[in-house]
Design a protein around this ligand. Structure first.
Ligand SMILES: [Zn+2]
Length: 424
């Protein structure tokens, strides 16, 4: 079983040389209507790209391109740093197509990987040039191979930070089927000192850029969310990961799960629905960011029958509103990440749109967060801004996204590492 799955995976990723990405041109001068540099909008700026990097950005009339440079006129477009997706699952597809249980239990690994290659392309063409992919949900270490395929130019996709299998306390996660023993699980079960140290190191050894832990899950009586790992276990996970230079992110939606994870030293909390003002103050104190994943809550509520705009707000959506408001009041940094995979890859902008339309953030706030903000939280100083020396990961959209978030759907140009993947 295990061997055939591994072989299927390897064969799928043999490089078709013809589809390798083209080398970047020597120099490319981009002349949009305006440049959003990760912080502010600059009308009349141009950007020079040489090789894989940005080498100059500033007022168009002051920017000299080297001889032989190709010029791309981008009238009416705003050029911005490639967007950074903070929370995706390339190996999942929307739950209203196939339930999470069925994806984990019945879909062959090769099918999941094949889908994921398409998801990666859609993510990139939607203007997201980097994604933090937070768990394969039962697809072992397939994210590491997908990342390699992208980095080697075999398939188009965003630069990936991968979490591999993620860690769950034994018995706490899923799938569960009454009376069936030893079902494959959506993440790696590990407990206690030896078990957790070993599991963290295994995941790092297999290529994890970040360790993801489920600090709570819906394993309480009546399916309520309850904490999973003890404080000591979470602290040990963070220490083990940090010693190898990896940060830890925690799935947590209960106040107690969040509190333990924050005290343990995780860098971001994913979801955070049940966060109290006290917990968010603690997050602010410890410099822990919140990735609220409002788009996933919105999507799953609609999958369960919520007719948005007609029905009253479901309790889970109301909780999310309370949490985002409390986090903002406490001054907690927000990570832009929608838990894409719960809804369609390529629809990543949904998180930013909802935060503006339903949660009261400004387009400028979400745009800063999805570029320079996410780059800072994710420790990616080489991207997220338009400035000399940074990676030439750039996107152009029709209109002004600092005033109208909907323009993020009008992606006209995508450049990653100086290579054009989409152009007008
Ligand atoms: Zn997730």
């Amino acid at each position: 079983m295990k061997i055939s799955r591994i072989l299927g995976f390897c064969c799928l990723l043999l490089p078709p040389l013809a589809s390798r990405a083209q080398a970047p041109p020597a120099a490319l001068l981009l002349r949009p209507a305006a440049v959003f540099d990760g912080q502010d909008l600059h009308p009349g700026w141009a950007v020079l790209v040489e090789g894989t990097k940005i080498t100059a950005a500033g007022p168009a009339d002051q920017l000299k391109a080297p001889a032989g440079a190709r010029t791309l006129e981008l009238p009416g477009l705003t050029l911005l740093p490639g967007l950074i997706e903070g929370h995706s699952h390339l190996l999942l597809h929307p739950y209203n197509e196939t339930s999470w249980n069925d994806q984990v239990l019945t879909e062959p690994l090769a099918l999941r990987v094949a889908r994921a290659t398409v998801h990666a392309q859609r993510t990139l063409l939607a203007g997201f040039t980097t994604a933090r992919d937070l768990g394969t949900e039962g697809a072992d270490y397939a994210d590491v191979g997908i990342k390699q395929a992208i980095d080697q130019g075999i398939i188009p996709g965003p630069r990936l930070l991968v979490a591999t299998r993620a860690l769950v306390a034994t018995g706490s996660y899923g799938p569960h089927l009454a009376g069936v023993e030893n079902l494959p699980q959506g993440a790696q079960e590990a407990d206690g000192v030896d078990g957790l140290v070993r599991a963290v190191r295994e995941q790092i050894g297999h290529g994890a850029d970040v360790i993801k832990v489920y600090a709570d899950y819906r394993w309480g009586l009546g399916g309520t969310a309850q904490p999973t790992f003890s404080q000591e276990e979470l602290t040990l996970i963070v220490q083990t990961a940090r010693s190898a230079g990896r940060g830890v992110v925690a799935h947590a939606s209960t106040a107690e799960g969040m509190r333990r994870a924050v005290l343990a030293g995780v860098e971001t909390i994913e979801h955070g629905d049940g966060g109290t003002p006290e917990v968010f103050r603690l997050m602010k104190q410890r410099g822990v960011a919140l990735c609220p994943t409002v788009a996933a809550t919105d999507a799953t509520s609609q999958y369960k029958g919520w007719k948005k705009g007609q029905d009253p707000t479901p309790p889970r959506v109301a909780d999310k509103h309370r949490a985002v408001q409390a986090a903002r009041q406490a001054g907690v940094t927000l990570v832009m990440g929608g838990d894409v995979g719960v809804f369609a890859h390529g629809d990543n902008a949904r998180e930013l749109e909802l935060l503006v339309q339903d949660y009261g953030l400004s387009p400028l706030e979400v745009l800063r967060a999805a570029t320079s903000g996410n780059a800072q939280v994710l420790h990616l100083p080489d991207r997220g801004r338009v400035a000399p020396g940074l990676l030439a990961d750039l996107v152009a959209v029709a209109g002004d996204p600092t005033h109208q978030v909907e323009t993020l759907r009008q992606v006209r140009l995508v450049l990653k590492g100086g290579v054009l993947y989409r152009q007008p």
